[in-house]
Design a protein around this ligand. Structure first.
Ligand code: GLA
Length: 386
């Protein structure tokens, strides 16, 4: 153990030294490290930065203020070897041109709103229709394409990067100015904790999430079909052909959607099932067990070869399990890797899709004077961790 830690410290020191020239500020030394450097420029000429945070256990996370994107997460496998376990691009251009929300903060409303409209206090609001006739992930220019203000914070739990964005009244059709704050904290427990907060000056809807694509074997490995997944949900929200929930909360019992005991993602993905056909695989919202509003363990994923384990905790009532069905090898990501079908999976913690049009679903309404907040934790370990 001692020699493994020494190795990890040595490699962190190299990372920190290597970045010293480009480093604009550095607030901590020792095993934890944080540095900020220029990442690049958007096509509009806006400068964007990249924070690199490392903890004492060799976990390293990079965040940019373009879309609040988690650019990389490096975590050790069961023998201590690190790999970057999220899909993405090497540079800002890739994220701007060719990104199915890799690593991004999604808002103002993550997931779909049917026919791109909803009615609130008697007024109908028409949103951008960017997914057939439906609205998806905040519209044409959602929170994932915004340049956020970014600063670092030392938090009792670990190192933190705080992102702020004002979404203007009328943006993508939504009413009200929304002030959103998203804080990423890397803890010494090997957790990436994401705290979302928002306020508004007019009644509106808010549903924020993060769209990281994980491959626990390493981003450049093949598909995630061998990953063993557990989702603590007795029910899911079946959808129509346009992936809009029908309103039913359907038991997972006896269906390929039952992940209550760990099951390889690929075990049933090709079964003849109408819901799998609509999603071209898994692209569904699960109704999480336990009390929404309290932070609880809702999902766990283990990759058998590397032994890496991801646990997901959230205060949210739902999670979208997306098995990377639309990846088809045309996107070349980090290191020119062509991301093929099911190269990564997403566990997007959230309120249910189309809630603004589904009065029986937990509400996503935010009124002036109310505070929106949710927390999600991605915790990394291995199957050798005690
Ligand atoms: C979400 C959606 C999917 C797809 C991906 C991005 O997971 O539910 O249908 O849009 O984002 O490709």
């Amino acid at each position: 153990m001692a020699s493994r830690n020494a190795l990890i410290f040595a490699s962190l020191a190299i990372v920190t030294l290597g970045s010293a020239a480009a480093c604009q500020q550095s607030s901590l030394s020792g095993p934890r490290s944080i540095d900020r450097r220029t990442y690049g420029e958007t096509s509009n000429g806006e400068a964007v930065d990249l924070y690199t945070m490392g903890n004492a256990n060799g976990v390293e996370v990079q965040i940019t203020n373009y879309g609040g994107i988690v650019v990389s997460i490096s975590a050790p496998d069961r023998s201590g070897a690190s790999a970057d376990i999220v899909l993405g691009h090497d540079a800002i251009e890739g994220y701007e041109k060719d990104s199915p929300y890799f690593g991004a903060i999604v808002g103002r409303y993550g997931n779909r709103i049917a026919n791109g409209q909803f009615t609130l206090d008697g007024a109908t609001h028409r949103l951008a229709r960017n997914n057939g006739q439906n609205h998806l992930h905040g519209g044409l220019k959602g929170f994932d394409k915004a340049v956020w203000q970014m600063s670092e914070r030392e938090d009792p739990n670990g190192l933190a990067v705080e992102l702020r964005y004002r979404s203007k009244d009328g943006e993508e059709g939504y009413p009200g100015n929304v002030d959103a704050t998203v804080t990423y904290t890397l803890t010494e427990q090997n957790e990436l904790r994401i705290d979302y907060a928002a306020t508004t000056d007019k009644p509106t809807v808010v549903n924020l999430t993060n769209h990281s694509y994980f491959n626990l074997a390493g981003h450049a490995q093949e598909d995630i079909l061998g990953h063993e997944l557990m989702i603590d949900a007795d029910r899911f929200t079946p959808v129509d052909e346009g992936l809009i929930p029908t309103g039913e909360l359907r038991p997972v019992d006896g269906t390929p959607f039952d992940f209550r005991t760990p099951t390889p993602i690929g075990a049933r993905i090709n079964e003849k099932d109408q819901q799998l056909a609509f999603g071209t695989g898994y692209d569904h919202n699960y109704v999480l067990n336990g009390k929404a509003g309290s932070l609880r363990l809702v999902a766990q994923v283990r990759e058998p070869r590397s032994g890496r384990v991801l646990e997901v905790l959230t205060t949210e009532p739902g999670v979208q399990f997306y098995s990377g069905n639309f990846l088809d090898g045309t996107i070349r990501g980090k290191g020119a890797k062509a991301y093929g079908p099911r190269a990564g999976f997403c566990l997007e913690t959230q309120h249910f899709p189309d809630s603004p049009n589904k009065p029986t679903f937990p509400t996503t309404l935010l009124r002036p004077g109310q505070q929106y907040w949710t927390t999600t934790v991605y915790r990394f370990s291995t199957d050798r961790s005690s």
